[in-house]
Design a protein around this ligand. Structure first.
Ligand SMILES: [Zn+2]
Length: 346
């Protein structure tokens, strides 16, 4: 991937022991290898191991075009389709049309460009990966800092905005846990019911099939809710950082979150789900910050240690933390923001 990226940025990359087939893909002509890209046959070994870069032609709404006119991948923003030419069958003018994903349109509207695509196998299925890039304007950090403390979903994400060394706003963000927990317990209850039918050999009956469809529907709804929440929260935080030209500090203590969830005796399936979406949140946040060129840094911001005298804090009911030695007192979600405030780079 990295090599392809460099090559398409017109660097010449020399790697010893690079398989000849890959070398040809990078520096030679694609044409001779088109037949290797036929789907539906057993892929050749190099196809499994290496992703193949394909040139992309972009046809914009005003009819202007960018890229090689003979490119095998065409992104058509007039008809919002992706056309794969001659890729799936080595026949002249053979075209497959795919719908254009929304994110591609969004990235292009944000002055992004897709100069190349990669084709390869993901989970043994042919997969076309579009690589969006954008020339990022230099980001001039201001006197703002946005601190993002990532907990497991049950305690959400706390953010704080710091200006000139003081906290001007902070907020813990949580998804609607009751909705998620209701869907989760419903899916568990239905799965148990399905298990019971299966043991009786009745899972292929009309009732069994209907139940299975219902389980799938509940799970889809549950995942969609979590995914939607992650996306909206990331978007909101990135906008906040951009608006204030803030430097972003992230604490993603996933291990601590896991322990916290264990303490709270959350069912293990739900715990896994919360952790998976916490990781997803961090990944998406980083991707978006990088896309917009927002500088960020990871920092350890403890929530159980006093930010003033560094002794252990005691937790009172309502997630209030107090320091018995210096008298510091704050909601648990605010403690990490206090740590960021006192860190040297502010
Ligand atoms: Zn203290």
């Amino acid at each position: 991937m990295a090599l392809t990226n460099l090559t398409y940025k017109e660097y010449e990359a020399w790697i010893p022991d690079l398989p000849r087939t890959v070398q040809h893909q990078l520096y030679g002509s694609f044409k001779n290898y088109m037949s290797s890209l036929v789907f539906g046959i057993k892929p050749k070994r190099w196809f499994v191991r290496a992703w193949v870069p394909l040139k992309v032609l972009r046809v914009h709404q005003d009819g202007s075009m960018k890229g090689d006119k003979g490119a095998p991948v065409v992104l058509d923003f007039k008809g919002n389709t992706i056309k794969l030419r001659q890729v799936c069958k080595n026949k002249p003018r053979y075209v497959i049309e795919l719908p254009m994903p929304n994110w591609v349109i969004e990235r292009v509207n944000e002055d992004g460009d897709i100069k190349f695509a990669m084709i390869g196998l993901r989970d043994n299925e042919p997969y076309l990966a579009l690589v969006a890039e954008r020339v990022v304007e230099p980001y001039q950090p201001s006197n703002y800092m946005l601190v993002i403390d990532v907990n497991a979903w049950s305690n959400g994400v706390a953010w704080g905005l710091i200006r000139d060394g003081s906290i001007i706003r902070w907020k813990p963000e949580r998804p609607r846990l009751s909705e998620i927990e209701t869907l989760y317990s419903l899916s568990i209850r239905l799965s148990r019911e399905y298990g019971r039918l299966k043991r009786l050999g009745l899972h292929k009956t009309v009732e069994g099939r209907r139940l299975w469809q219902e389980i799938k529907r509940v799970r889809r709804k549950l995942y969609a809710k979590l995914r939607d929440y992650v996306q909206k929260l990331v978007r909101r935080l990135v906008r906040k950082a951009l608006r204030h030209r803030a430097l972003v500090i992230i604490d993603d203590m996933l291990e601590e979150s896991r322990r916290e969830l264990l303490e709270e005796k959350i069912p293990s399936g739900l715990r896994k789900l919360y952790l998976a979406y916490t990781r997803r949140f961090v990944r998406l946040l980083i991707t978006q910050l990088e896309w917009y060129g927002v500088p960020y840094d990871f920092k350890r911001l403890p929530s159980t240690v006093c930010p003033i005298c560094k002794r252990s804090l005691t937790q009172l009911p309502g997630r209030i933390m107090v320091c018995e030695s210096c008298g510091f007192k704050a909601p648990r979600d605010l403690v990490p923001i206090h740590w960021a405030l006192r860190s040297k780079n502010v």
